[in-house]
Design a protein around this ligand. Structure first.
Ligand SMILES: [Zn+2]
Length: 267
């Protein structure tokens, strides 16, 4: 083997580890649930964040789904579309202001819709330290969140529906059963009353949960729940649905690999 062949082999290997082009594509009848947080350009002088998908890239995602015959649905409709071909549910977690300023106009432009998993107490709430005290740089806490008026407009337009994401975005393993129950069960009632709407689906904060949490969610009149586990959802586990991560670190090729295979790669 010459040096050039060897280098070529290593490059192909690295490419194939980063992008799982070789993995089998998941059946088009399996609904894709996309997970977004912010639609925003990266911050200057900050480490690149996967949570920030640029408006330009988000538009490319919507264009891809729209031009390739995918149907956009809300999470409340997921069971109706079970076994239909090319169905995608766009979801947003937490409630960042750019969901109104950036995502909402683009969703309208492409006749798309989305489910927003909204934290009730989202203003001045630094939830990143609840999971890992060392984790915090205060960046997410400083990020502007949606106002109630904006949310009301987004729901009334029919483009968005609300999902539950607890009252305060706690780290569930730190809570007692009763505290968990209050966070999960009450967020549904509070959102439904405040916005005069129905809340059907739930997202576990930080994507961290155990069997007990699944039981609370299913007993709280939610019809489905999503995690942050990467992959293509199976409706057989309706309270433990995987999502496809939309990452601000990805190029468009990586996005397509994720949509087809459920994950990008290993490195
Ligand atoms: Zn969250």
């Amino acid at each position: 083997m010459t040096v050039i062949t060897f280098i070529f082999f290593i490059l192909v290997l690295l490419f194939s580890l980063k992008y799982a082009w070789w993995a089998p594509s998941i059946d088009k009848n399996e609904t894709r649930i996309m997970m977004y947080h912010m639609i925003s350009d990266q911050l200057a002088n900050s480490k690149k964040s996967g949570l920030r998908v640029s408006p330009n890239m988000f538009e490319q995602h919507l264009e891809y789904f729209s031009n390739n015959g995918w149907t956009f649905i809300k999470m409340s409709e997921i069971e109706e579309y079970d076994n239909s071909e090319k169905v995608v549910a766009i979801t947003f977690d937490d409630g960042y202001l750019d969901n109104y300023t950036q995502a909402y106009p683009l969703l309208k432009k492409y006749n798309a819709c989305a489910t927003l998993y909204l934290v009730v107490d989202r203003h001045d709430n630094d939830w990143s330290i609840k999971k890992n005290p060392k984790h915090n740089k205060g960046i997410l806490a400083k990020e502007k969140k949606l106002s109630d008026d904006q949310i009301q407009e987004m729901i009334l337009s029919g483009v968005f529906e609300l999902g539950g994401h607890t009252i305060s975005h706690p780290y569930l393993p730190d809570l007692t059963f009763n505290e968990k129950f209050d966070e999960i069960n009450n967020c549904k009632d509070v959102l439904e009353k405040k916005f005069n709407t129905k809340v059907h689906s739930f997202a576990y904060p930080f994507g961290i949960y155990e069997d007990e949490d699944i039981k609370i969610v299913s007993n709280s009149d939610f019809n489905s729940a999503v995690s942050t586990n990467e992959g293509i959802a199976s409706l057989k586990s309706i309270y433990d649905l995987k999502r496809i991560k939309a990452s601000g670190k990805d190029n468009f090729f990586a996005f397509k690999i994720r949509v087809l295979k459920g994950f990008r790669g290993y490195i």
